[in-house]
Ligand binder design. Sequence first.
Ligand code: M3P
Ligand code: FE
Length: 309
Amino acid sequence: MAMTGVLRPGHAQVRVLNLEEAVRFYRDVLGLVETGRDTQGRVYFKCWDERDHNSYIIREADSAGIDFFAFKVLDRATLDRLEADLRAYGLATERIPAGELLETGERVRFELPSGHLIELYAEKKAIGNGIPTVNPAPWHGAREHGIAPVRLDHALLYGPDIAQVQKIFTEVLGFYLVERVLTPDGNGNAAIWLSCSHKVHDIAFAEYPEKGKLHHCSFMMESWEQVLRAGDIMSMNKVAVDIGPTRHGVTRGCTIYAWDPSGNRFETFMGGYQPYPDFEPLTWTFDNFGQGLDYPQRKLHETFLTVVT
Ligand code: M3P
Ligand code: FE
């Protein structure tokens, strides 16, 4: 099999200020499918075309932001091997027992130098996407409810020491660098886009003094038309929109950035090209950061650099 190791983004757990307001937003405006609630009061969602039980979990807290971001790995042997590799590299790891998150197997958790908690897991209950696996229709009713992205695509996280973060993802977890924005002096990276797959990014980081910050979780739309429809639905529901609809120069992705009712930014995203691990990374100089963010407007929106949760 060509794709082994870390397969894909699996779940994000995000803090919200008012749980029921957030449930209404994520279920009825973003159009995620609610799949469960646990004894801690957390609410679980998945995108309509995802087959595993959950990909986005919210919990009520006094501050918005991200608790952890997780990747699904091929199997249990891969999980054991990656945990050993992380430890050999010098990182502490922790095992979270199976079932601590609904329908999710044992997780290996570690903290990045950027202050983010990353998890790996091999098992999550497959509940399907509502379409049979024999003679499937291309979509069903859930695709029409709200914005209705097809899957959790990636996250952009802000924190210190992304040079070390890049080493961990590329030297231990098998990711490769797809794009980067240089610092103003050109000697380091201000932001990096990393892939474990054929996608333009599965996770990205930007250098930031404060640890553990969330810039956005991103949800994959099927077409540019669906991104525009997402913009219509945002406006119909008076959602606070940050940037877009537009196209990033970085990744060539078509995008809207907007905020949930607690101030967590999210992205509805589609497109990009299809890199393989032999891809020569693309580099943007800092003076072209604006094109990287918003290619048509060539504008480095102030909020991109300063508003995080
Ligand atoms: C993305 C994304 C830049 C931002 C690019 C963002 C260069 O590619 O997916 O959010 O500022
Ligand atoms: Fe993004």
